[in-house]
Design a binder for this molecule. Structure first.
Ligand code: NI
Length: 227
């Protein structure tokens, strides 16, 4: 499932993160690369483990917790600390796959990456190129979103970032382990959750059909989720 979540960050939070990133220490993006993606990647990243990265990441994590659609769609169990990257003119990230298991250097923290997320931080009018391209069996999906919007996509997909041809593309990216490992099961739950919310708005939360569907949702969660 690929999903766009709009306005994860409001203007105030965007401003805060941009100010933090302007004063951050940027290093070669290959700091976090697996060996397959090393050749393909040309960009910069905020140095992992630095205070600036952690502060900006904390703002993102808090915003994600308030983004109802993100929580409903991703059903997050563990979120890898968000990272920040920047592509200047001529920089790109060729076709690659993300590692299945991500370990946080210097700690016991590790996750199975079920979902990848990119949170766009730059105004799309301020740069050309830089589209995230995600491949599936249908073909390619090009994604370039407003600042503050996020795309959620299966970490299992081959993907790339097109060369930036003008300006700079700044984004936040992270992986997460979902309570529901299977992508299609997670999509069923998300669709059911949306339906229940819609029906609940029309009929009220105590309506019998709403109650039965809510029960079905939770019983499917019991069947499919790890908590
Ligand atoms: Ni990637």
């Amino acid at each position: 499932m690929m999903l766009r979540i709009e306005r994860v960050l409001n203007a105030e939070k965007l401003e805060k993160i941009r100010a933090i990133l302007d004063g951050a220490e940027w290093v070669d993006g290959n700091e976090t690369s697996g060996h397959q993606s090393r050749n393909a990647k040309r960009n910069r990243q905020v140095k992992q483990g630095t205070e600036a990265g952690q502060r900006a990441g904390q703002i993102v994590i808090e915003a994600l917790g308030q983004a109802g659609d993100f929580v409903a769609a991703a059903l997050p169990l563990k979120v890898f600390p968000p990272l920040f990257n920047r592509y200047a003119e001529g920089e790109a990230f060729g076709a690659h796959v993300d590692n299945s298991i991500r370990r946080l250097a210097g700690s016991d923290f590790r996750i199975r990456s079920d979902l990848s997320a990119t949170l766009f931080l730059a105004d799309p009018a301020s740069y050309d190129g830089g589209e995230l391209v995600v491949e599936d069996l249908f073909g390619e999906h090009q994604v370039k979103l407003n600042a503050g919007d996020l795309v959620l996509y299966p970490a299992s997909s081959v993907h790339r970032v097109m060369p930036v041809t003008r300006g700079e593309r700044t984004a936040c990216f992270f992986w997460l382990q979902s309570m529901v490992r299977d992508d299609s099961a997670r999509e069923h739950l998300y669709r059911l959750d949306r339906t229940v919310r819609l029906l609940s708005t029309e009929r009220g939360a105590s309506d019998l059909a709403v109650l039965e569907l809510t029960n079905l949702y939770h019983n499917l969660m019991r069947r499919w989720a790890d908590a």
